[in-house]
Design a protein. Sequence first.
Length: 465
Amino acid sequence: MSEQAPAKPVHPIEALRQALTEAYGQSDRLGLLRILAGHHPSDTAEALFGTDPSLLIEVFRSLLLTDAVLCADILVELDPAQISQLYPNLTPKEWAWIFKELSDDDAVFILDYFPDGARDHLVARMPAEDKVEVLELMTYPEGTAGRIMTSEFVALEKGATVEQAIAAVRNRREFDQTNLFFVYVLDQGKLIGHVSLRQLLLNSPKIKLQDIMRTDTPHVLVDTDQEEVADLVSRYDKVVVPVVDHQDRLLGIITVDDVIDIINEESEEDLYKAIGSSDEELVVKDRVRKIVQLRLPWIMASFFGSLMVVFLLKFTEGGVLGANAAFFFVFVPMICAMGGNVGVQSSTIMARNLSLSYVDWQEARRATLRELKVGVSLGMICGTLIGMVAWFWGGPVMLIIILLAMVCTMGVAATTGTLIPVALKKFGIDPAIATGPFVTSFNDLVANCVYFSIIFIFRFQLGIV
């Protein structure tokens, strides 16, 4: 009797998704609440992704009756598309309950996915203190430190004592406790240092903060780009970053959980730009017409680039190459593909390095020269290999033509792939777009121009004149 194969283990998220779906299908609200209470909000949000929107709505309506805090915690973990599905299906009163449990920075994050009218209506229903903080954050441009900071921090003047600092921390019970890593030290409102909670516990209650504070407090300006904030956290291994105005007055802090969100958001944004689209697809993923509108501009850029290649091929077929056109066209796909691959590699690496500040303007020249050498070396290897095939079909002159075409095409592609992101960065444009259809079409055009120019130079040896 054959043994039955062991059942394949179910992934925890998939198991949670199945449990939620089953409880919802049986109209078991109590069972649904028990399941939700036993799982982390992040896992719940992931399990809800891709499920029927009615399940998402039922989860929130059920939680609002018993645990608005958990409801808010799940909300901030949702995918943008889920937030967009949710907002028209909850009443303003239900949203007001949820926003009451959100920190000010999380409230702004969620409100960004609401239409202007609904956003204003919800802000108007907030408690006066929360409303002021949220409206202040919304005055800062999206993508800046001011937009993502929170006002949940403890700061005291330099003359305050350890005892007073501990009392101030205790009085902030309503704050998210994961934000309270430091007490910030001020001099007439200006940030001059910080004291950790550990230092407060180890020092005498009567010691002044200015005597035990650390002055090496990395901070950012309120209008600093959020990518620079993420870079600072990564460089200094910080869990929280103070935000100041241009007079060094402390305005808020940015916590590491928000920085992780920034890194994920920027990675998604760069990925969508690299393929010639927009991260807005996350929100409109079920609306075909809107997705077409998002992708069409870059597809058209690629279309016109390819159209120029078509005219070039037609010109060479009828003029330079004549009856020999079909033979020479055989090598076009490989030359274009090799040049395109090298160009995309170089542009992707340079765009990534620029976004992480690994390459400054002085190093860009060295990076370009290095990529040129890499492209030429790869061109010699690939050109020799395909050139041997060309020699077999068309003689030694074809080997030389293919070798030169490969070396020139891959060298130029590597160089332009490096320079285009640098130039875009110089003009304040995100270099991530240089890795998409734009650079591919450009490299195809360059490859064909180089290849047929070399054929024209060797036309007498080839006997096509």
